[in-house]
Ligand binder design. Structure first.
Ligand code: SF4
Length: 287
């Protein structure tokens, strides 16, 4: 059984999801509704064993495993190592294990601890950067500032992880649109992750940001402004061999490429779309 709701990155659609924790230990980001209904907790050894016994008959040959929920890396290192050992024994064909990770989880661990987790089997971490702007990170209560975010990303890569970073288009609202674009480009460039995903802000009723919008203290970007923001962000990124995707259900425009190699093509396409007068965004707004 899974404790619902259950989330995973789009690229883990074919992975077996093992839910070793429930919720997110931070659970304060104003835009985030994912785990508002859950109190963070770790499964007991007995619960994890039962969970795996339930999964095994159907997924015994799983080659990719995603560890849910929000941030498994916040667990004590010994616990993670013990758990990975158990999971690898139960799923011996697993070639890739991945999980979400908060920047604070990475910063709290020493490089030696991170390396031991990497060597024990977690290969890929998904880190929600959300924004590179100090003001946006603070407004959204992300729990870290720009320099901590850069340090967390660089530390994960130094420890040997593959790193996937996410930025949310529109998270600065109208007021901080340019700052959000430029500072996010700066942070992603400084980290130079293996993968970079651009999502678009979608506000659900359960989030605190919904209240900010109702009060008028936060104004969502129009689709055209999101397009402008994306252009500015991409134009200012300096990356090496970074696989870029903007193909989440939230995105108005699907984009894919490798940065910086495809930067000019991607930016040109967005500009052509902007100037065409034919930009009809795919909509997924709830507010
Ligand atoms: S965005 Fe990530 S860190 Fe923030 S509350 Fe949601 S799951 Fe937790």
């Amino acid at each position: 059984m899974y404790s619902m709701p259950l989330y995973r990155p789009p690229s883990e659609a074919r992975s077996l999801i093992i839910q070793v924790t429930e919720g997110c230990s931070h659970n304060r980001c104003r835009f985030c509704y994912m785990y508002k209904c859950k109190q963070f907790r770790m499964k007991s050894d007995r619960e994890l064993k039962e969970h795996i016994e339930w999964l095994k008959p159907h997924y015994s040959h799983a080659e990719r495993i995603f560890l849910a929920d929000g941030n498994v890396l916040c667990l004590k290192t010994e616990k993670i190592l013990e758990m990975l050992d158990y999971i690898k024994k139960e799923f011996p064909n697993a070639k890739r294990i991945s999980s979400y990770s908060g920047p604070l989880d990475i910063l709290r661990k020493s490089e030696e601890e991170l390396k031991s987790v990497r060597e024990a089997g977690i290969e890929l971490l998904y880190m929600g950067v959300e924004s590179g702007s100090d003001r946006v990170l603070s407004l959204m209560d992300k729990g870290v500032n720009q320099s901590q975010m850069i340090e967390a990303g660089q530390k994960a890569i130094r420890a040997g992880f593959k790193l996937s970073c996410m930025i949310i288009s529109g998270l600065g609202g109208k007021e901080m649109m340019h700052e959000h674009a430029l500072e996010s480009a700066k942070v992603i460039s400084a980290i130079n992750p293996h993968y970079f995903s651009l999502l678009r802000l979608v506000v659900e009723e359960e989030s605190e940001l919904a209240e900010d919008i109702r009060k008028g203290s936060f104004q969502m970007l129009s689709p055209m402004e999101v397009l402008e923001e994306n252009i500015l962000m991409l134009e200012n990124m300096e990356l090496e061999d970074c696989i870029f995707r903007a193909n989440h259900v939230s995105n108005h425009v699907n984009q894919a490429g490798t940065l910086n190699r495809d930067k000019d093509v991607l930016v040109t396409r967005l500009k052509v779309l902007r100037d065409s007068g034919n930009f009809i965004p795919m909509e997924y707004d709830t507010l």
